[in-house]
Each structure stands twice: as C-alpha cells, then as structure tokens.
Design a protein around this ligand. Structure first.
Ligand code: PEP
Length: 266
C-alpha cells in the first residue's frame, strides 16, 4: 500500500554514506539494517529503503543482498558521463548496472563544490545513468549566500531547469532538494520551506518534461534529517522521502527514519 497523499509515489529513504564504511563494515551494516527493519515489520512496498556506499563496497553489498534476498536497494554516489575509455579513475553507469545498482546520486553539493561539477555535466551524467537503466538521484540546492541573496528557490529551480533540458518526458528520475547550508550542519530547513521549494521543483519538471513525469517523480528533502524531524517533512505533499547523510551511518537512527509512517500517521 502506498503511503496516502502522494499520488502513488512510493516514499524513498536513501542513505548517503559518503566516504565512510569499508566493504566489511558495509556488510555488517546492511545486515544489521535488514534485521532492524525486519524486527520492526517494515513494509518495503510502502517505504523503499536504499543505501549509497562507496564504490568499493558495492560488490559486497550486491552479494549480501542477493544471497539473503534482502529488500534493501543500493546505488553509487557518483558516475562517469562516459561508458568506457581513457578516463582514469572513473566508473561507468554500465558497471554500476552490472552490480544491480538501482540508483546513483548525481550532482551532490560536495561534488559540485569540491570537484567543480556543473549542471551541464550533471545532466550528462544523469543521461548516462538513465541509458544504463539506473535511476539518477539528482541533487540541487542553494548555499547560505544564495539563500541570503536569492531566497531558497531560485538556485535549485535554475539548477533543475538546466538539468531537465537534457532529459525527456517519462525519464525515471529522483530529485533531491538539499540546501547546502543544511547539510551536515545540524540545522535542517523547515518543513514548510522544503515543501515550497519541492512544489516549485515539481513545476519545473512539468514545464520542462510533462505533467505525468512531474507527478510521478519523487522529490526528496536532504539536510540534517533525523528520526526526530522526518515526520514534519513527510507530512508535506510534495516531499516523497529523504536523502540522509550523517544519520544514515547509525543503524537504529536510519531504521527509525525509514519507519516514519509509524510516527507521522501519513
Ligand atoms: C547529504 O550529504 O546528502 C546530507 C543530507 O547530509 P546530512 O544528512 O548529514 O545533512
């Protein structure tokens, strides 16, 4: 049963591990997460759960998920725009698909800030992911300076507008609205601000793609999400889940975030 009020969009709780947990730690973590959710009788058809480990963990996570038939999904934190060739250090979407990844995070603010990723590159990566059968989790969001100068919506709306130019109606994507100032700061956006921006991002998808694609696309909020504040976000009609950083490294906390319907009655 889909959680009510979301036009059939199944909520997604996604854990971005960043540069944490090696492949052995990843196996232990995913096992514990699966046990915790099983104990809680989590219904994965109602709320999807996905983890995003470092590249070097993916084969181990795949082996565990497949051997134990775990209902947990997984993906990578980045992908190359290229399929193959002389691109030292890069990993293609085809390679990720071969490891049964469902998703890939694209354009995280840390990649934008530390690796100079532009909306144009992010768009090419999103296309490469879609071509390989992966669902890109496309991140957009404003810095503290952007917020001061332009308010919360202008920058994420412009970012998604540029990226969506390269996509087509019917493409299966997830959008993550992540205010940069909220990431890792302990200071989340208010649920109302997140809803306002999410609604505008949905309008961008409607204008650049079409109404059906906009209605079907899941929009996540990310930035200092915890078990204590997930309820407020999930009560918003345009927010379909969360991209969780720090709190995704704590099994009990992440499991509790995934079980948000028990707390919010949505
Ligand atoms: C993130 O890095 O995507 C993120 C949302 O981090 P945190 O939850 O730690 O703010």
């Amino acid at each position: 049963m889909a959680v009510a009020g979301r036009a059939g969009r199944t909520p997604l709780i996604a854990g971005n591990w960043k540069l944490n947990l090696d492949h052995l730690q990843a196996i232990a973590f995913v096992q514990k997460l699966a046990w915790s959710l099983k104990d809680a009788r989590h219904d994965f058809d109602t709320v999807e759960v996905a983890v995003f480990p470092p590249f070097t963990d993916l084969r181990s996570v795949q082996t565990l998920v497949s051997a134990d038939k775990l209902p947990i999904k997984y993906g990578a934190q980045d992908v190359s725009e290229h399929e193959s060739g002389a691109y030292t250090g890069e990993v293609s979407a085809q390679f990720l698909a071969a490891l049964n990844c469902s998703y890939v995070i694209i354009g995280h603010s840390e990649r934008r800030a530390l690796h100079g990723e532009t909306d144009e590159l992010i768009a090419r990566k999103a296309k490469a992911a879609i071509k390989a059968g992966l669902v890109p989790v496309i991140c957009v969001g404003e810095t503290a300076e952007d917020l001061e100068q332009h308010g919360p919506s202008a920058i994420p709306v412009a970012q998604l507008g540029t990226i969506a130019e390269a996509l087509k109606a019917g493409d299966d994507i997830v959008v993550a609205y992540e205010p940069v100032w909220a990431i890792g700061s302990g200071q989340a956006a208010t649920a109302e601000q997140a809803q306002t921006v999410a609604a505008q991002l949905r309008t961008v998808l409607e204008e650049k793609l079409d109404a059906d694609t906009a209605a079907a696309t899941r929009i996540l909020y990310g930035g200092s999400v915890k078990a204590a504040n997930i309820a407020g976000f999930m009560r918003q009609k345009d927010i379909d889940g969360a991209l969780v950083g720090g709190a995704s490294l704590d099994v009990a906390e992440f499991s509790s975030i995934a079980q948000f319907p028990k707390h919010v009655g949505v």
